[in-house]
Design a protein. Structure first.
Length: 135
């Protein structure tokens, strides 16, 4: 499971920023601006850092077993107008999901989405992005 980061390639950031500036008047909350193919957890972490730097957050993550590996697809949306910050985690076990949910709820964060899938061992895996809204 991973949490948001802040590093990225400047060229990619400039390109995404230009596209976002052109689309800004037309962007609505939860309008998907970037969608991935199936990628592994390490690629998810790298992409999350790039998207976060460009004010995009994972508004949906789904997981699956693909070619005997746990893989993910993510949709990224523009930061919500009233959003302070977010935390996104994927591949969590039931126990991890319970622990993080309690922790983030204590911090007044709410789940933006929650998806699950069954891994190759029959265990449920959770994907969630929690957000904190401005008061």
């Amino acid at each position: 499971d991973r949490v948001c980061g802040k590093a990225m390639d400047d060229r990619m950031g400039v390109a995404i920023l230009l596209v976002l500036l052109l689309l800004a008047p037309a962007i609505r909350a939860d309008e998907v601006l970037v969608a991935t193919d199936w990628i592994d957890s390490d690629e998810m972490t790298q992409l999350l850092a790039k998207m976060n730097k460009n004010n995009l957050f994972p508004c949906l993550v789904v997981g699956s077993i693909e070619a005997e590996k746990i893989m993910y697809k993510a949709s990224y949306c523009a930061f919500l107008p009233d959003m302070r910050y977010f935390y996104s985690r994927w591949g969590m076990t039931d126990a991890e999901h319970q622990r993080y949910s309690e922790f983030y709820l204590e911090k007044k964060m709410q789940p933006h989405f929650h998806t699950t899938f069954t891994d190759d061992k029959g265990s449920t895996r959770h994907q969630v992005t929690w957000i904190l809204r401005k008061d």
